[in-house]
Every structure is written in C-alpha cells, then in structure tokens.
Write a protein that binds this ligand. Structure first.
Ligand code: ADP
Ligand code: MG
Length: 576
C-alpha cells in the first residue's frame, strides 16, 4: 500500500538499521551452522578431544549471542518505527478532527471516531513492528543462506530453487483473500464500537421508550458479526500456516533424501557437507515461513491503513482564518453578506442572509423551532464553513484574522454546554486564560449565580462533574457557561436561550448575568422569551433558513404578519 510504504520511507534511518541487523543476523546464522557442523564432525568422525574443540564451542556461543542480539535490535527498531508512525497518525487525525470541530462532530458517530483513533491506528502497528522487519530479514537472510548452500553443494540449492517459490506464490493467493476479510473485520469492529457507545449514551432514552431490549439484541448481533469476521480471518491464517509448514517439510524431506543417497549410495560428498545442508535448509525455510505469518499481519495493517486514509481524505472544509490580529478592546462591527450554509446535500440550509450587527447591540434571533436559529449562531461563531457569502468583521473578511484572536472575542453559551470531566472549578477555568486564579474563578461563579449550587456540592469547587462525576441540569450547565464568559470577558456573546420553561430564580439569574455581560459586549441571543425580544435593539426573524425581516419588536409586529402571529399565539409566555 502506497500510504504505508510512504510512512516507512520517512523512517529511512530505521530501515537502514533493520537491513544492517538482517545482514548481521544472516552472518550469525551461517557462522553458527558451520561451527555446529564442524564440532559434530570433529567429535564423532575425527575423534577430536574436548580441549581441541573448545575454541569452536566458544565461537558457537558468540554466534548464538550475536544472532539473538541482532534479532532483538531488528525487532526493537521495528517497534520504535511503529510507535513513531502511530504517533504521527494520531496527531494528523486529531488535527483533522479539531480543524473544524463542529463539522467533524456532525459527521459520523463519535464512537466510530474513537475506534478509528485508537484501534485502527493500533492495527497499523504490526506492519512496522513485524511485517517490515520480517520482509527485510526474509529477503536478505535466505539469499545469504542460498549462496552458501550453492557454494557447498549446488544440488541442494537447485532443489530449494524449485520448491521455495511455492511458498510466496501460495502466500500471495491466500493474502489476496485475507485482505478483504481483514478490512471487513475492521469495519465490523468500528461498527460494534460505534453501536456500543451510541447505545450507552442514549440509554435513558431507550429505557423510556422500552427499546433497551432491542438494543441489547442489536449490540449482540453486532458483536457476533465481529466475532464471525475475526474467526474467518483466523481460519485463513491457520490454514495458511498449515500449508506453508507442509511445503517446507516436503522440501526438507527431499533434500534429506538427496543427501542420504549421495552419502550412502554414491558416497561422493563428505559428512560435513551433507550435514551442513541439513542444518541450513530448515533455517532457510523457517525464514520464509516467518514471512508467511508476517504477511498475514501485514494484510491486516493494510486494511487499517486504507481505512485511515479514507478518514484522513474525507473532506471537511475548514473554517479559514488568517494572520491579522483583532483587538479585544471593543466589540467589532459584524456584517453578514449573502451568507449561506448547508449541512450537506439535500439537508437544511441557511440562505442568503444579510445582516449588520453593530458594536454593543442586543440582537434577538427569533423564529419557529427548526427555522435555523441555532445554525445561524454556529455560522456567526465561525464554527462551520460558509457555502457562500462572507462575514465581515470591522469591514474585513473574517478569514483575514487570526483564529485565536477571533475566538478570544467570543463566548458561546449553547443550549447544552459541554462539561468536561473534571472539577467544577476546572470547568469554569477553561473559559479564561490558562492561569486564572481560584479567586477569579470564584468571582465568576458568583456572578453567574453558581455560589449556592457550589455550596450544596460535597467538595465545593472541587466536586467532580461531567462524564466522570455528577451531572448538572441544563440551566446549571448554562450557568457554568456564563461563569466561563465572566472569566473571559468576551466582546461578543452568543446565547442560545433555553426553550424549556426555567424556574423563576434561574431565569432571573440568567437574565441578570447576560445583562451584566452585555455592558462590555455585543449580545446575540436566540430568544424565546418575550422579555428578551422586547428589549432587543434588533430582531432577526428567521423562517426556513431565510431571514424574513429585521427590525424592532414594534416594527415587526406591524410589518410582518407571520411574526405577529407567532408572537401573539404565545403571548405572555415563551415564544417557540
Ligand atoms: P432552531 O435552532 O431554529 O430550532 P436549528 O438551527 O437547530 O433550528 O436547526 C435547523 C434545521 O437544521 C433543522 O431542520 C435541523 O433538523 C437541521 N439540522 C440541525 N443540525 C443538523 C445537522 N447536524 N445535520 C443536518 N441537519 C441539521
Ligand atoms: Mg435551536
């Protein structure tokens, strides 16, 4: 596979080291065989005494040690190469996933992404730690052995030349079959991981709808599929090694027969030569057989490599940023010029939005559920890439500014802010600069109305929350997000008001906090409450992904029938 070979080429130094170790291992094997045969020959045929063969024995030990050492060196280099490649791969994947976090997380299951990141990358390991060193060894060493065999007794060499090719031919035939199977196995594995994580995350929903039993069945099926795919791969692997064993045994048998006939009937070779052939031939075939099993693991890796390549190639259009700096001192002028965005072909799309948001303005985005309000916030936030049009910041395309500077300006309080697993203090601290003091964190929490909640938690600010700890309610999470904003002091605040009716106290806290934050910033709110709507400097009224009207509440009441209908239907309460 081109991708894997290219990765291997980047590790040229390590490849050279593996080649050198292979040559030295080959030399050690040849030396060892000679010494072994010499010792046997001298003791049994020539009747040498022990002291006469002692130097040979010592050299034999040296050869054995050298062989072990060089094999170890080769293996170690392979493992190092594998870990470097895996590190590179994971880095590129992470880079890709984080390049456009929003769109990356919109596409595909997150469980599947975890599986790609962890397991699929691990599958690559054996290609470098096992396959490459083995291919190098199994090419170099057998050739070295064959040269020696030809020099000593050409007929054995000829037998080998006729029988050995069956091994690679056979391997290739089987290899082609296993490749698809290995890919299938990986797909099944990813599907299984994805299914499992999805189900785990949605367990409450599934229980409520009485669907957990069905899901159990689905997981079971998914895991059985994976097992079956694994068994098929293993079956091929086992029959593969059986066949290789058979071929090499047959060849060695032939060589033994030929040597025996020569020794006993024709008596035209020495015991030394015959015995050397019988020692070298199995070494030769062992190396070829090792290649066979390495081939099998290599195939698995190639399946994984293909999968990774696909994942890395999958296009996510990144949100473009530039190099110009953007100061945080005052809120910028934000202009949307014919902005369009689509979740994909035939999916929901925002179309041709024109709007200007001046510094310190209070903007309310209003519209029915599903009209595209939250999507518009993503677009303004710069979390997704536009399919058309441009967003200008202080008169220049946003893509000219530095990404860091832009996001530094911004706090986005979504309807369901994400809590990382960590303490509540840590969760607030990610809003601010890296070394926010405990005091600053506590002040921010107080302003966001979290003091009472934190007081009720067992370990106060050090209580673990998020995935590994206690869960928080939607309103509480938004307050954490607001505390993050107090720590950050952004100049633009994007706020997706909760649709569900909050209790009065929470509502008051949220409103007061946003009000205080708005002293230093432009606030763009997806508004559901009449209060927010009435107070807004400008309302953006969206329907079906289009901006139908913009203006103050009273103006829209008069000019837009649809707007009036929507607001009056819900009079006094929350506006959907
Ligand atoms: P609102 O906030 O106004 O209720 P949204 O902006 O959340 O609406 O969604 C607008 C439309 O986009 C909806 O029809 C929704 O189904 C669709 N949508 C939201 N997220 C995605 C997504 N990740 N992929 C495809 N469609 C989406
Ligand atoms: Mg929404």
């Amino acid at each position: 596979m081109a991708g894997l070979m290219a990765m291997a080429k980047e590790q040229r130094m390590k490849m050279v080291l593996i080649v050198i170790s292979a040559v030295l291992t080959g030399a050690a094997i040849i030396g060892q065989s000679y010494l072994f045969v010499i010792i046997v020959d001298r003791i049994f045929l020539k009747g040498n005494s022990f002291s006469e063969i002692t130097p040979y024995l010592l050299w034999l030990i040296v050869a054995l040690l050298a062989r072990t050492l060089f094999s170890y060196l080769s293996g170690r280099t392979g493992i190092k190469m594998a870990s470097k490649v895996k590190w590179n791969l994971r880095r590129s994947l992470l880079h890709k996933f984080s390049k456009n976090p929003m769109q990356a997380s919109l596409q595909g299951q997150s469980g599947q992404k975890v599986s790609v990141m962890m397991d699929t990358v691990d599958e690559i390991d054996s290609y470098f730690s096992n396959y490459i060193p083995q291919v190098i060894q199994s090419t170099i060493i057998p050739i070295m052995l064959l040269v020696v065999i030809f020099m000593e007794h050409a007929l054995t060499g000829i037998i080998i030349i006729f029988t050995a090719p069956f091994i690679p031919i056979f391997m290739m035939i089987i290899g082609f079959n296993t490749k698809d199977k290995a890919e299938e196995q990986l797909d099944k594995m990813a599907a299984f991981s994805g299914k499992f994580l999805d189900t785990l995350q949605g367990l409450t929903t599934l229980k409520l709808f009485g669907r957990s039993a069905e899901q159990k069945e689905a997981i079971k099926k998914s895991s059985l599929d994976f097992r079956d795919a694994t068994m098929v791969v293993l079956k091929t692997a086992f029959s593969n090694s059986l066949a290789l064993e058979f071929i090499s045994m047959l060849s060695i048998g032939l060589i033994a027969l030929e040597v025996a006939i020569r020794l006993i009937i024709f008596q035209d070779i020495t015991f030394f030569t015959g015995f050397l052939m019988l020692v070298l031939a199995p070494e030769f075939f062992t190396k070829l057989k090792d290649l066979g099993s390495a081939f099998h693991t290599g195939r698995g890796s190639m399946g994984a490599a293909k999968k990774l390549e696909k994942e890395l190639e999958e296009t996510i259009v990144p949100v473009v940023f530039g190099e110009e700096s953007l100061s945080k001192d005052a809120p910028p002028l934000i202009e949307l010029n014919a902005v369009s965005f689509s979740y994909g072909e035939n999916a929901f799309a925002l179309q041709n939005i024109h709007a200007a948001i001046r510094p310190y303005e209070q903007i309310a985005i209003v519209g029915k559920t599903g009209s595209g309000k939250s999507t518009l916030l993503h677009v303004i936030a710069g979390l997704v890439s536009l399919s058309d049009g441009e967003i200008k910041i202080n008169g220049k395309n946003r893509s000219t500014y530095r990404e860091k500077d832009w996001f530094n300006q911004l706090s986005y309080i979504s309807q369901d802010p994400y809590l990382f697993s960590g303490t509540i203090a840590e969760n607030i601290a990610i809003g601010g600069h890296i070394d926010a003091s405990r005091m600053e964190i506590e002040q921010a929490a107080e302003k966001a109305g979290l003091t009472e909640l934190v007081g009720s938690l067992g370990q106060g600010f050090d209580t673990p929350i998020g995935e590994a700890g206690r869960g928080l309610s939607g309103g509480e999470k938004q307050r954490v997000a607001i505390a993050r904003a107090f720590l950050k002091r952004p100049s633009i605040i994007l706020f997706d008001e909760p649709t569900t009716g909050l209790d009065l106290q929470t509502e008051r806290i949220l409103q007061a906090s946003i009000k205080e934050l708005s002293g230093n910033s432009t606030v763009i709110t997806v508004a559901h409450r009449l209060h927010t709507i009435k107070n807004a400097d400008k309302i953006l009224y969206v329907e079906n992904g289009e901006l139908l009207a913009a203006g103050r509440h009273n103006e829209l009441l008069e000019s837009e029938l649809a707007y009036r209908n929507m607001v009056t239907v819900q009079r006094g309460g929350a506006v959907q």
